[in-house]
Design a protein around this ligand. Structure first.
Ligand code: CP
Length: 317
């Protein structure tokens, strides 16, 4: 299949990966192409290369995670890095230490990369210019989750042969979703047509200003979509009642047997996880033939290996 965005000669120059908003289309394609090479490593019997031997990576998760954290840790192991995991609830953040002091101490221990998840939007942008270590954003509040969007885009490119001209619909709690924002920035840069859909309270018209089509009717979002990405209701970030009940949300905005007839037979069904089964997505579709949800998880390792490898190459000693 034709890879219309493929560029092989591009030289990566950034020591941090903070947001897809900051990247050019060429930089995004560079990560995707590098991930293709690492996917081949992940398919070998011995899934390990010495690319980060002698480098230290600190995984600093100040917010809950299953997929992202495991995926980064496995990616680091496959690159032969030395790894330290820090959890916020047992770190000195609990004793009043500032985030900057914590990461300065990580730097003083000669770490090369910090992979951080934090509930405060912009926290990575605050620390990255102040430390020598490379900083990789593993999610900051409702703002950005660049490696999730990269693995989503990688999976779409792998399945569809390219991104340009595809119709991608993202359905759910767009307002509170870092995954939605990151996908929108990346997909638009690569030439996709993006629709966002859900209740007006969670999908405000303002999103049109960043170049997406906004609709409040799931049928409109499903028809002609090459890719449908379902998002969870982010209860942990909501401060108000944005819809009357979960049952009504599932009935009006969930993808289920009632509205699956509007899905194209070749449409991909995606979800970043964790899924709330039978709310945004019914179990039969989540586990059905159009679902690539677990392939997204698998691809996440290759994408994170690519990101770790590229940024590590730009960290000064
Ligand atoms: N998709 C995602 O970020 O999942 P986790 O919160 O489990 O890392």
């Amino acid at each position: 299949m034709k890879k219309q965005e493929k560029k092989t000669e591009f030289q990566w120059t950034k020591k941090d990966l903070l947001s897809l908003y900051d990247l050019t289309a060429e930089e995004i394609v560079c990560i995707l192409d590098t991930a293709e090479e690492f996917k081949k490593v992940c398919q070998r019997n011995v899934k390990k290369v010495p690319a980060l031997r002698g480098k230290t990576v600190v995984n600093f998760f100040v917010e809950a995670s299953t997929r992202t954290r495991m995926s980064f840790e496995l990616a680091e192991q496959r690159l032969s890095a030395d790894i330290i995991n820090i959890q916020a609830d047992v770190s000195s953040l609990q004793k009043g230490e500032t985030l900057l002091d914590t990461v300065k101490n990580i730097e003083a221990l000669q770490a090369d990369l910090i992979v951080m998840r934090h509930s405060a939007p912009g926290s990575h942008k605050l620390i990255a210019p102040l430390i020598r270590c490379g900083v990789i954003n593993a999610g900051d509040g409702a703002h950005s989750h660049p490696t999730q969007a990269l693995l989503d885009i990688f999976t779409i490119r792998e399945k569809k042969g390219g991104i340009k001209g595809l119709n991608v619909s993202i359905i759910g709690d767009i307002l509170h979703s870092r995954v939605a924002r990151s996908n929108i920035w990346g997909l638009i840069k690569l030439g996709a047509n993006v629709t966002v859909a859900g209740p007006a309270t969670l999908v405000p018209k303002e999103f049109e200003k960043i170049g997406v089509r906004v609709c409040h009717n799931v049928k409109d979002a499903l028809e002609n979509a090459d890719v449908v990405n379902l998002l969870r209701i982010q209860h942990e970030r909501q401060t108000a009642g944005y819809f009357p009940s979960t049952n009504e949300y599932a009935a009006f905005y969930g993808l289920n047997q009632g509205n699956a007839k509007y899905l194209r037979p070749d449409a991909l069904v995606m979800h970043p996880g964790p899924i709330n089964r039978n709310v945004e997505l019914s179990s039969d579709i989540a586990d059905g033939p159009q679902s690539v949800i677990l392939e997204q998880v698998t691809n996440g390792m290759a994408v994170r290996m690519a990101v770790l490898f590229l940024v590590a190459g730009c960290v000064k000693k």
